[in-house]
Design a binder for this molecule. Structure first.
Ligand SMILES: CC(C)(COP(=O)(O)OP(=O)(O)OC[C@H]1O[C@@H](n2cnc3c(N)ncnc32)[C@H](O)[C@@H]1OP(=O)(O)O)[C@@H](O)C(=O)NCCC(=O)NCCS
Length: 173
């Protein structure tokens, strides 16, 4: 019911499964696919031609550009910024506070990841709080990224480090 109401508001912008949950104040562009069991929290803004695989969770106030694809079972943490043409493989996990409060009144600042234009992120990657993934960068599967990754560099490992450069033929300008 909720889904159908929202669907009529989006006037056909949304393609996807009926068993997903979209909170109020979520803005979707045209031709957005949302898979089975996805959750989109309030304040989220998504551009055109995007795709979110099943069981992906988008937390509050996330900003996503155009032609972005998140595969299945990704966790996009509150405040994340994702620019155009980004690809993220299954089981991505973003984090947004360095410390963990849980009743201690530490109030750690929210420092969400920023994934810049045309970056590619392999399966099962964890991004530490506040990390910036540069344009056209490539993160190998299973990596734990704790530092900013410059544009066009290939990083992998736990913790991830520079392992190479993306070749010219794979750059999206
Ligand atoms: C990072 C990646 C591009 C490297 O590929 P490559 O340049 O062909 O590297 P190689 O396979 O030649 O491996 C080179 C070395 O790095 C290691 N290695 C490769 N990828 C690794 C990774 N993700 N994490 C840790 N080590 C890795 C290899 O074991 C090898 O080690 P060795 O020299 O001790 O034998 C690739 O392994 C990768 O992770 N691709 C992403 C896969 C993915 O998630 N696809 C999503 C589809 S939905």
């Amino acid at each position: 019911m909720i889904f159908k109401t929202l669907l009529s508001l989006f006037r056909g912008a949304l393609k996807g499964h009926q068993l997903c949950f979209i909170e109020r104040n979520v803005k979707l562009g045209r031709n957005v696919f949302i898979g089975f069991g996805c959750v989109l929290r309030t304040g989220t803004l998504i551009g055109d031609d995007c795709s979110f695989g099943h069981l992906t969770v988008i937390e509050r106030d996330v900003k996503i550009g155009n032609r972005v694809s998140f595969h299945a079972q990704c966790h996009i943490t509150q405040g994340t910024i994702v620019e155009d043409d980004v690809f993220v493989a299954p089981f991505y996990l973003g984090t947004n506070t360095k410390n963990i409060d849980h009743g201690r009144n530490l109030n750690p600042p929210i420092e969400a990841p920023i994934i810049k234009r045309a970056a590619r992120i392999g399966a099962g990657v964890i991004i530490a709080p506040g990390v910036i993934i540069g344009e056209n960068a490539f993160i190998g599967a299973g990596s734990l990224v704790t530092k900013n990754v410059p544009a066009r560099e290939i990083w992998f490992g736990r913790p991830a480090s520079k392992r190479g450069e993306v070749c010219d033929g794979e750059i999206l300008w």
